[in-house]
Design a protein around this ligand. Structure first.
Ligand code: PLP
Length: 399
């Protein structure tokens, strides 16, 4: 449990209540979860009461297939403020997080045995989702900024020669998981142009757009593209709370209509009806914007604490990015160092992280690792950096 309060039902069943596997004495930087201290618990509780008062039985009814109108209308405006253009409400579907949105797009746009393209490295669980649907996942090489367009073009040619056409290309252009990178505007424009000219559907994972710690990020691929060639998936997990299971997708109205008329939403009604209406109340009066500002400053401080601590604890030969947003720091060790050895020593010293190869489809990231700075306080992150520094010294190659 993360909150320290024992739940009697969960304890009796011996089942955990939450996904995070808390181990006392381990600062686990492997998880990209928000800091529980930063969840707006009181505001969510008050908004839930107000939603029940305001909508009564309609709060507990099957919801409108596309999602609750008050949330969709607010979200359309919000995206207009933080992205290149506001989606028409008809272009939005409320989903069970970005994961649920991606799963719905895969269901709509692919058949088992199809090819799906992903940049490598990428968010490892997105690959799992694609494989859950029986897709063949083909990696596209990345440089420090994002997918290499010549590599994408080359793979499309190769597949074409083999008589195959990929169903989609999944990419995270903004505050990439795991590297933290941001795809520059000119490459965004080229990417959407290339995809449109080759009839390739882009699924853009925009889960971290709101969490920027410097300049706002460039507009989404979705906002730059011709209608129909990009579906963007988004999330309230990082800005409000992951347990809400609330996210969205923006796509052309033909796609949102197909989704709304599909069996899942026709049978079950809109996804996230209750949390969606609660969030619609919460967002009123500018709360969401103020909350995101607080998160930006809290996570900026956490990022800085980890970057500062690691810069002091590690030699300069360790490459360290300083992400401008999102939850992740990406480290690359000098060539003669193995991440597996560093991880072994780190765990023994009470700190953990994700090895780079977990995110790679080509197993060539033996020297890289991902550290998440989202879940712990600046003091804990400074301590984690000291432990990693000590582990690095112990894991140094002996020659
Ligand atoms: C890039 C990316 N996409 C999606 C998710 C999952 O989002 P959600 O909780 O909205 O399903 C995460 C969570 O770590 C993520 O990093």
């Amino acid at each position: 449990m993360s909150g320290g309060v024992e739940d009697p039902v969960a304890a009796a069943l011996a089942l955990p209540l939450v996904q995070f596997d808390a181990r006392p004495d381990v600062i686990d930087l492997g998880w990209g979860h928000p800091d529980p201290q930063l969840l707006p618990l009181e505001e969510l509780r008050t908004a839930a009461d107000e939603a029940a008062r305001r909508w009564g039985p309609d709060l507990y009814a099957y919801g409108f297939a596309q999602g609750p109108a008050p949330l969709i209308e607010w979200l359309s405006n919000r995206l207009g403020e933080v992205d290149g253009r506001a989606p028409d409400p008809a272009s939005i579907v409320i989903t069970a997080g970005a994961s649920g949105a991606f799963d719905m797009v895969i269901t709509q746009s692919t058949r088992p045995g199809d090819v799906a393209l992903v940049e490598s490295p990428t968010y490892h669980i997105a690959v799992k989702l694609l494989r859950d649907h029986g897709l063949e996942v083909v990696p596209i090489r990345r440089d420090a900024d994002g997918p290499v367009l010549d590599a994408l073009s080359g793979t499309l040619d190769e597949l074409h020669r083999a008589g195959r056409r990929p169903s989609l290309f999944y990419t995270i252009p903004t505050f990439h998981n795991p590297t933290g990178s941001v795809l520059p505007l000119d490459r965004r424009v080229e990417l959407v142009r290339l995809a449109a000219s080759r009839g390739l559907l882009i699924v853009e994972d925009d889960a971290y757009r709101e969490l920027s710690y410097g300049e706002p990020p460039p507009p989404s691929l979705w906002s730059l593209a011709e209608p129909g060639s990009v579906v963007r998936v988004g999330s309230f997990s990082k800005t409000l709370a992951p347990g809400l299971r609330l996210g969205f997708l923006t796509g052309e109205p033909a796609l949102t209509a197909r989704l709304a008329q599909g069996g899942l939403l026709d049978s079950g009604g809109g996804i996230g009806h209750i949390p969606g209406l609660v969030v619609a109340v919460l967002a009123e009066g500018g709360f969401y914007a103020r909350h995101v500002e607080r998160l930006r400053s809290a996570y900026r401080e956490r990022r800085d604490a980890l970057v500062r601590g690691l810069s002091e604890a590690l030699p300069e030969t360790v490459e360290l990015n300083r992400p401008e947003g999102g939850f992740f720091l990406w480290l690359t060790l000098p060539e003669d160092h193995a991440v597996s050895r560093l991880l072994e020593h780190s765990r023994a010293n009470g700190v953990s992280f994700m090895p780079g190869n977990a995110f790679s489809l080509t197993d060539n990231l033996d020297a890289s690792l991902r550290l998440s700075f989202s879940r712990y306080s600046p003091d804990q992150l400074a301590e984690a950096a000291r432990r990693i520094g000590a582990s690095y010294a112990q894991a140094a190659p002996t020659r």
